[in-house]
Design a protein around this ligand. Structure first.
Ligand code: ADP
Ligand code: MG
Length: 596
């Protein structure tokens, strides 16, 4: 007995429609996207009763021939992709050829269209289940699509809809996104008879203001950056433009509005110190990536997009935003501190290890920390360094006084005192408070990245290699991640159940070789399934976190001062790689206010 039957086409269409058409808003989005794909420069949307009664979208785009019109409502009929390869380089908003067929399965549809220059156009009216037959009609420019009585034939779906008012709100939000995405196109929206929006083709920043209304041009900072085949353009709201909700956040990828929790988070994080908690920044950001490098074929509604290197996009975006905010003086930017003095090299009497040598122009601390495993002692100051009197450390005051004396008022984040893991520093705008742990994490992570970029896999050879016994699983894990382990700077030889550690990365201190190696082994098991770049990144975050624990044990003045100075050289100095703020600044103005 045969039990499997093929569904009648109109039923199959109705089921599939559930994916594409969830509510009137989805219809508007699909129709407007089609108009944009057809090259329209003017699009008018008229909605009645939240779209439940009717939705009409009129465009001045390319129009369709009779054959195309009849095909347009057939499932998987599309003019936008023809071959498998096209899927990897989608330039249009639509490509599945599903929208019109799905809409026609759950509503009455009327389409009037004509090709430019044709003597007359074509008109098609159909109810769910009808086969499409076009009739001649008067000529007009472009296409008009009307969708009536949505879900009248699927009462169960209609029940899920909200009030006409709410449905209209969804529609207008979607139209806002589309209008911001395409400032070169005129968008008009009517709610019944009432004109809700009419924006003429204009510059992108003006469009943002016109759509968001409460924003003025002077509230927007311009963002522009390109790196690694990624182009970023957009506008960032100043602190005063921030809102209590995320309604003012627009992200576009290759012209398509996207939801990306991680990218929105990247931007929000850059704003962390700029706006109060509970507020959300306003922004409109256009990302452009080579379509070959992103996969948009993920979700039927195409909101969610997959990148082939999301972490890199995240970092680049966050840094670009941070840079703009810093330039506008919204984030206290450590890199704007003045150089310490004229002479390029200077050494200061420091803590336990005698001297801190640093480049006065760049603020760079010249790391003279010896690797204890090699048995060397503190190296002498570098050639050209001006030696200050070699006084043993008696506390922060000395280092601080020295700085103040030296700098003739030049500003430096001089450490005043350290208490409970926080360093209190003098700052040009007031008082800067640094969380040492988070700062150490940031500094270590950046150094790990930099040094690995400069010389991946370089490790410091141990004079006395360390033998570590490992179990069978760890051995397998180690074998599997051989490349990663060596890139991270561990030089390891595996024999039977003994691993011989011959070399270690620069940041592992003497006596900690075995422990660090074991930590590495444990952590390796958590990076399964990532590509090498991401594995490295994840490992660096973990290693930096762990090392930071050691780094903050030492609260000697020179050590803390070095940490603070190192922090200011980090591009993302205000946040640790695991996302914690590293410092905050209490401005003089604020202190003034508080003490009034
Ligand atoms: P898709 O957009 O994924 O191709 P649709 O079902 O949305 O699928 O549309 C089917 C086809 O109908 C499109 O590929 C396009 O050729 C044509 N079409 C739809 N809307 C318009 C329009 N407003 N102007 C011109 N052609 C259109
Ligand atoms: Mg479409």
């Amino acid at each position: 007995m045969q039990r499997i039957r093929i569904l009648p086409e109109h039923l199959a269409n109705q089921i599939a429609a559930g994916e594409v058409v969830q509510r009137p808003e989805s219809v508007v989005k699909e129709l407007v996207e089609n108009a944009i794909d057809a090259g329209a420069t003017s699009i008018t949307v008229v909605v009645h009763e939240g779209g439940l009664r009717s939705i009409q979208v009129v465009d001045n785009g390319s129009g369709m021939s009779r054959e195309d019109l009849e095909l347009s409502v057939v499932r998987h009929a599309t003019s936008k992709i023809a071959r498998q390869e096209d899927l990897h380089a989608i330039q249009t908003l639509g490509f599945r050829g599903e929208a019109l067929a799905s809409i026609a399965a759950v509503a009455e549809v009327e389409i009037a269209t004509s090709l430019d220059g044709d003597a007359h156009g074509w008109r098609l009216y159909m109810r769910p289940g009808d086969s499409p037959t076009a009739k001649p009609s008067a000529s007009r420019v472009g296409t008009s699509m009307t969708v009536m009585n949505l879900f009248a034939n699927v009462p169960a779906r209609r029940k899920f809809l909200k009030s006409a008012l709410t449905e209209f709100r969804y529609i207008s939000e979607t139209l806002q996104k589309l209008a911001i995405a395409r400032p070169d196109v005129r968008f008009v929206l009517y709610d019944g008879q009432a004109l809700v929006m009419d924006v003429q083709p204009e510059q992108a920043n003006k469009r943002v203001c016109h759509v968001m209304r409460s924003i003025h041009e002077e509230d927007l900072l311009t963002l522009e950056h390109s790196e690694q085949a990624l182009w970023i353009k957009g506008f960032l709201g100043t602190a005063s433009a921030s809102r209590k909700n995320r309604g003012g956040q627009f992200l576009f990828l290759n012209g398509r509005s996207i939801h990306s929790k991680s990218l929105s988070f990247a931007v929000a994080q850059a704003y962390e110190l700029v706006i109060p908690q509970g507020h959300h920044p306003v922004f409109a950001i256009w990302l452009d990536i080579d379509p070959e490098r992103i996969d948009v074929n993920i979700h039927p509604q195409k909101h969610e997009v997959k990148f082939d290197n999301e972490r890199a996009v995240f970092m680049i975006l966050q840094q670009a935003v941070t840079h703009v905010l810093a330039k506008a003086n919204l984030v206290p930017d450590l890199s704007t501190f003045q150089p310490l003095a004229q002479a390029p090299l200077q050494s200061l009497p420091g803590g336990m290890d005698g001297h801190v040598a640093f480049n006065r122009l760049t603020g760079e601390i010249l790391d003279s920390r010896p690797h204890a495993a090699l048995g060397t002692t503190t190296s002498s100051p570098l050639p050209g360094a001006q030696r200050a009197a070699a006084t043993p450390s008696t506390g922060f005051h000395q280092a601080y006084e020295q700085l103040v004396r030296d700098e003739h008022g030049a500003r430096e984040a001089a450490v005043l005192y350290v208490d409970r893991g926080l360093a209190y520093c003098r700052h040009e705008d007031g008082l800067m408070i640094i969380r040492l742990y988070a700062a150490a994490e940031r500094v270590l992570y950046d150094k790990m990245l930099q040094r690995t970029e400069a010389a991946a896999g370089s490790s410091e050879q141990l004079i006395f290699p360390v033998a570590v016994h490992v179990d069978a699983v760890s051995k397998l894990v180690l074998e599997e991640h051989k490349q990663l382990v060596s890139t991270l700077g561990f030089n390891v030889q595996i024999e039977a159940d003994v691993c011989t550690v011959n070399g270690i990365p620069w940041y592992v201190s003497a006596g900690n070789e075995e422990e660090s190696f074991r930590f590495l082994l444990e952590q390796l098991q958590t990076v399964e399934g990532l590509d090498l770049d991401k594995q490295m990144d994840k490992m660096f975050i973990k290693l930096a976190r762990r090392q930071a624990g050691n780094a903050v044990q030492d609260v000697s003045p020179s050590h803390v001062q070095r940490l603070v100075s190192d922090l200011r050289r980090c591009t993302m100095s205000h946040v640790s790689p695991s996302g914690k703020p590293t410092y905050t600044v209490i401005t003089n103005d604020e202190l003034e206010r508080r003490l009034q």
